[in-house]
Design a protein around this ligand. Structure first.
Ligand SMILES: Nc1ncnc2c1ncn2[C@@H]1O[C@H](COP(=O)(O)OP(=O)(O)OP(=O)(O)O)[C@@H](O)[C@H]1O
Ligand SMILES: [Mg+2]
Length: 261
């Protein structure tokens, strides 16, 4: 059984009186422990898809099975919230700048009522170390740390809940190239050591190919090509995929041997 099964998902918006089909008859699945890249040019429907899966948006039609359970047809589902975590492009906006890093990390788990405060604080310190932030960061304010450190804190806040799936929506796009490579290396470790399943959304095909097992290319709300990451990058079949390969020049060694910190 796949961890996530999407069938014939559709969502349209009314944009200045015109109907926009943001997602149209979209179907794909994501296996347990798999990292699937969802790539495509701006406006092709990636975030709409992610937000529907995370129940931040409601689909018009279609079915979503998550861990064997139907989650479509409902609005916000608390149990899905814990098992499915999202990491966004600008994590600064989802933390209170006055919070300390430690309380920011504990926030999500606290809202699901997981563990008592002492256990949670211990877990938060372990998680802080896992994402490569020194223990001295625990007491810093969120406003005092860099964008890359903030993204590490967002990853910590997601993984402390022990989710089954993490959706990263352009989670590395706002970071400079070196920090981006470090965060990608951290996500790789997450996958390897914690067997985490990831839906990695980006417009950057080489980046997706460097991290993911498979890549799905979206265009106009649909998937036009899906397959092994290296194969899609080296041997793109569809014109939209070819355009993505051409549009981004992979910088030599950009992600090569990047260390996490
Ligand atoms: N709330 C909304 N109201 C109206 N139109 C919307 C809304 N959200 C998304 N759209 C439209 O739906 C389409 C898909 O948008 P979406 O944000 O899913 O694209 P995306 O692939 O994530 O793009 P990007 O790479 O720029 O983040 C776009 O045409 C967008 O303008
Ligand atoms: Mg988007």
């Amino acid at each position: 059984m796949s961890l996530l099964e999407i069938s014939k998902l559709s969502k349209s918006f009314d944009k200045h009186g015109e109907k926009v089909n943001a997602v149209k008859d979209l179907s794909f699945s994501l296996e347990q422990g798999e990292c699937l890249g969802l790539v495509g040019e701006s406006g092709c429907g990636k975030s709409t898809t992610a937000n529907i899966i995370a129940r931040l948006l409601r689909e018009d039609t279609g079915d979503i099975l998550f861990n064997g359970r139907k989650i479509s047809g409902t609005r916000l589902l608390k149990p899905v919230g814990r098992e499915l975590q999202m990491i966004f492009q600008n994590p600064q906006y989802s933390f209170d700048p006055r919070d300390t890093v430690l309380s920011g990390i504990m926030q999500g788990a606290m809202s699901y009522g997981l563990w008592d405060k002492k256990t949670l604080a211990e877990k938060a310190l372990d998680t802080l170390s896992f994402v490569g932030l020194k223990a001295s960061y625990a007491g810093k304010r969120m406003s005092e740390i860099s964008g890359g450190e903030c993204q590490r804190a967002a990853i910590a806040r997601a993984i402390i809940c022990d989710p089954k799936l993490i959706i990263c929506d352009e989670a590395t796009s706002a970071l400079d190239v070196l920090v981006q490579a470090q965060v990608v290396a951290l996500l790789k470790r997450l996958k390897r050591e914690k067997k985490m399943s990831l839906l990695f959304i980006t417009h950057d095909l080489p980046l997706a190919a460097a991290l993911c097992d498979r890549v799905a290319v979206m265009h106009g709300g649909k998937i036009v090509e899906i397959g092994g990451a290296k194969c899609i990058l080296q041997n793109p079949r569809e014109p939209e995929t070819k355009r993505l390969v051409m549009s981004i020049l992979p910088l030599p060694g950009r992600l090569g041997e990047a260390k996490e910190s």
